[in-house]
Design a protein around this ligand. Structure first.
Ligand code: AMP
Ligand code: MG
Length: 504
């Protein structure tokens, strides 16, 4: 029986104005049918309150400027009520977790309301679904704030990611290692389809549905793959396009020191967006072997392994697409492109970090040497690049701010001299331009674990001011924000004690 608020499922273009919104909802994914989604009824949370809001994104979605003061939307984004034209649905997917086939998973605590302005709006933590398994369908305030802040921080860094519209909280208790309180984060993306959605229909031999899913993704997000039909067909083209986007995303991660923490195939976006913020961490001191997820005892998702894990995950996607692709060698050829796309993407990111207009082979020794040097001394990753960016404006050899980060000052000086020499040999070299380029590439602010923690601690006593200030700073991470210099400093000692594990 359809949910009372469900629109006409046969018509994906059904549009009805939502409460308080200037735009209208669409249900294109849910319209794929019951093999893809389950309809939910709301599981209300008592006495919700706003924790964080994102006015810029609300505006893009066409929500009226008063959206944040409407009770109707407070309840909508807590999952308590469903506006006309919206619905609550959970999608089914499967996946490989920590390298092992995990079978069916699905949206166990996420429900999608539909699309506004071409963007799917999804509530995380809004209650149990048919895919909750043994989970409670909830998210706690702590992890919701982390996801909210980090999604927008990544977006402002120019990294492909799902977005976050708001967080609402409730004093309803949620049990994790201790009693915490419930929260719901509203996420936004053109699509939340994961590699795991394809794996699901492939592994369960639902090949018609697999094709429907692939066609949905191609038609809405990769239309250029259709015209590749003359080559090896649209599904090979899709695999290659996803491979390219994933390579770009991971190159971005590596270039800012972002550790995702749970790169299971069910957390990999088919659009190459950073998805499912859980135990993520921005590196403080540069340690390539860093493991940010306390539950990842084997270190499968250590920072330096991320590029290879992405490739492994893409193979799972390729395997899932085989019933549509047919010829294995075509799938392998598409996947092989990762081996050039990823290094190219990384080289472009690193060139920009070093202030070069484009990547060049002769930059490679400079990059390899500096990464070795900062790894050896565990130099703070963000601070190193930012100080280097400022120093580049003068490039005086007697540099103190950068070399002071190192114990081995001679090694630092030698590298700085090489860095300078490589720039100077370029006849179009202009210090001010190099520095400006670097300052626009190497952020002053990233969401370090301890900054998230400061916002969380205050929010637990209903003080959302730290969260709001962090939002402002992280939305513009390349600006100086001198009043917030402390947040650009070294992580305090207590940051090392923050333990973050899987789903919370
Ligand atoms: P994650 O490790 O967060 O990617 O979650 C893996 C799977 O567990 C997904 O299917 C989630 O929907 C599900 N899950 C995680 N936490 C919960 C929870 N509290 N309640 C229900 N399902 C959950
Ligand atoms: Mg997940």
């Amino acid at each position: 029986m359809p949910h009372p608020h469900a629109p006409d499922w046969s018509d994906p273009d059904t549009t009805l104005p939502p409460d308080g919104a200037a735009s209208a909802w669409r249900q294109r994914y849910a319209a794929l049918g019951d093999d893809f989604v389950s309809r939910l009824t709301p599981s209300p949370l008592p006495a919700p309150y706003w924790v964080g809001r994102n006015g810029a994104l609300a505006n893009q979605l066409g929500l009226s400027p008063e959206w944040a003061s409407t009770d109707a939307l407070l309840h909508t984004f807590t999952g308590n009520q469903v506006p006309d034209g919206a619905a609550q649905t959970a999608s089914v997917y499967s996946g490989h977790q920590f390298g092992v086939w995990a079978g069916q998973l699905g949206d166990g605590r996420a429900c999608t309301l539909g699309e506004l302005a071409g963007q799917e709006v999804q509530l995380k933590g809004a209650g149990p679904t048919p895919f909750s398994r043994r989970g409670d369908g909830r998210a706690v305030l702590r992890s919701s704030i982390r996801e909210f802040l980090c999604s927008e921080a990544m977006h402002a860094l120019g990294i492909p990611t799902t977005r976050a519209l708001c967080v609402t909280g409730s004093d309803a208790p949620v049990w994790r290692e201790e009693q915490e309180t419930a929260a719901v984060v509203t996420r936004v993306a053109p699509s939340f389809v994961r590699f795991g959605h394809f794996e699901h229909f492939s592994h369960t031999q639902q090949h018609a549905q697999l094709r429907t899913l692939a066609d949905h993704v191609i038609d809405h997000f990769y239309p250029e793959c259709r015209s590749a039909a003359a080559d090896h067909g649209p599904y090979v083209a899709l695999l290659q396009a996803v491979t390219g986007r994933t390579a770009e995303m991971v190159a971005h991660w590596q270039s800012v020191g972002f550790c995702h923490g749970v790169m299971n195939t069910d957390n990999m976006s088919i659009l190459g967006l950073t998805l499912d913020y859980g135990p993520f961490q921005f590196l403080d001191g540069y340690d390539p072997a860093h493991i940010c997820n306390h539950s990842d005892t084997q270190g499968r998702y250590a920072f330096y392994k991320q590029p290879n894990v992405a490739y492994w995950n893409l193979f799972c996607l390729g395997q899932a697409l085989m019933p549509l692709i047919g010829e294995q060698e075509h799938a392998i050829a598409a996947l092989e492109t990762y081996k050039t796309r990823y290094p190219q993407a990384l080289a472009a990111r690193m060139a920009a970090k070093l202030g070069f207009a484009q990547a060049h082979e002769h930059q490679r020794p400079l990059i390899e040497t500096v990464l070795k040097l900062i790894a050896h001394e565990r130099v703070d990753f963000t601070i190193f690049w930012r100080r280097l960016s400022h120093w580049a404006a003068g490039m005086d050899v007697a540099n103190t701010t950068v070399r002071d980060l190192f114990v081995d000052r001679d090694a630092a000086d030698a590298w700085l001299a090489d860095f300078r020499a490589l720039h100077v040999q370029d006849e179009t070299f202009d210090r001010a331009m190099v520095s400006a380029r670097m300052l626009g590439t190497n952020p002053k602010f990233v969401l370090r674990n301890h900054l998230g923690e400061l916002a969380i601690r205050a929010a637990k006593s209903k003080d959302f001011s730290v969260l709001h200030q962090l939002q402002i700073v992280l939305a513009d991470p390349f600006a100086e924000h001198p009043a917030f210099d402390d947040w650009a400093g070294f992580a305090p000692d207590w940051a090392a004690g923050i333990e973050i594990s899987c789903s919370s």
